[in-house]
Ligand binder design. Sequence first.
Ligand SMILES: Nc1ncnc2c1ncn2[C@@H]1O[C@H](COP(=O)(O)OP(=O)(O)OP(=O)(O)O)[C@@H](O)[C@H]1O
Ligand SMILES: O=P(O)(O)OC[C@H]1O[C@](O)(CO)[C@@H](O)[C@@H]1O
Length: 334
Amino acid sequence: MSKTIGVLTSGGDAPGMNACIRAIVLSAARFGYQVIGFEHGYNGLLNNEKIRLSNLHVQHIIQLGGTILKSARCEAFLKPDGVKNAVANLNSNEIDALIVIGGDGSLRGLQKLSEIWSGQVIGIPGTIDNDLNGSDNTIGYQTAIDTALDSIDKIRDTADAFERIFLVEVMGRHAGFIALASAVASGAEQALFPETIEDPHAELESIVQHVECLRKIHGKTSIIMVITEHLWPGGVSDLAETLTHQIGIECRPCILGHIQRGGAPVAYDRILATKLGAYAVECIADQETAIMVGEHNNQPSRIKLVDAFGIQKSLDPYLVKIQQDLFDVVHSMQ
Ligand SMILES: Nc1ncnc2c1ncn2[C@@H]1O[C@H](COP(=O)(O)OP(=O)(O)OP(=O)(O)O)[C@@H](O)[C@H]1O
Ligand SMILES: O=P(O)(O)OC[C@H]1O[C@](O)(CO)[C@@H](O)[C@@H]1O
């Protein structure tokens, strides 16, 4: 049976989204399905901004960061009327199935849509934050780690030359995946992420102790602390000022920011995105709905949408343990 699939990218763009769109379009063609791309996230559904996607549109995009469909956040879709208008538009375009590539918010929105729309809905985890349950990695996460790592390595060069202390803020929203991975991979002296810190101010004393311990052991040396955004009220600039005041050594803040979202996807993200795009179309052929496709232990997997965003994904406990026990000097000396 012929079907028309709608696809959109929503929330923060993530390297690999284009590779995923390509796989959806090419797989759909194999099944004889048509694909309509809606632009600017859920805004495209509400404003009927659409483009019929052919194989030509997705030629040579596998290596590109960003998303050819553009992405956005959409206030109007947060309201019940927004979701209703989206349903009306999906029906008037005779869409049978909708694929949304995005983060937890985007998939929450998709769940809302599935509750009042009779078409099939499939979510694909596309966010650098890696904060969706049901997939070992989200599309874009591995590229973001490499991008952060490249910057942190450069910060180390100048930090070493001046024997300075740097506080590096990475993205992740409220999840510490990027902070933990980039700290371990860069040999950072400390990683601070929300999963292990309830009260950041209570942590200040141990951060100060940490710096003092390091200086005692190594003398004047460079120190890098990687910190998840939103963790410290006032951000890393405020933390750097507070620390400078407390320990009497100038600390420098560095916010990596949106460079973490850009750039060509690494091979891992291209392959993951390709697998998940193809698998999403297979799931549509299987009459699946209200699921997120993912990858677990290298195998494609399916999980209910509500469990993808409703169950918190844990950091790798072993990585947390070794970062804290072996590499965060303050913890290992307590
Ligand atoms: N509870 C919700 N109900 C309906 N729509 C939602 C809901 N949460 C989010 N959305 C829609 O999804 C869009 C994207 O969500 P959000 O800004 O949280 O990004 P995300 O998908 O989590 O991606 P990322 O965190 O990687 O940027 C929102 O702008 C909104 O249109
Ligand atoms: O580009 P914006 O809208 O400021 O969003 C930034 C957020 O998006 C993400 O890059 C992806 O979710 C987060 O890590 C970050 O908090």
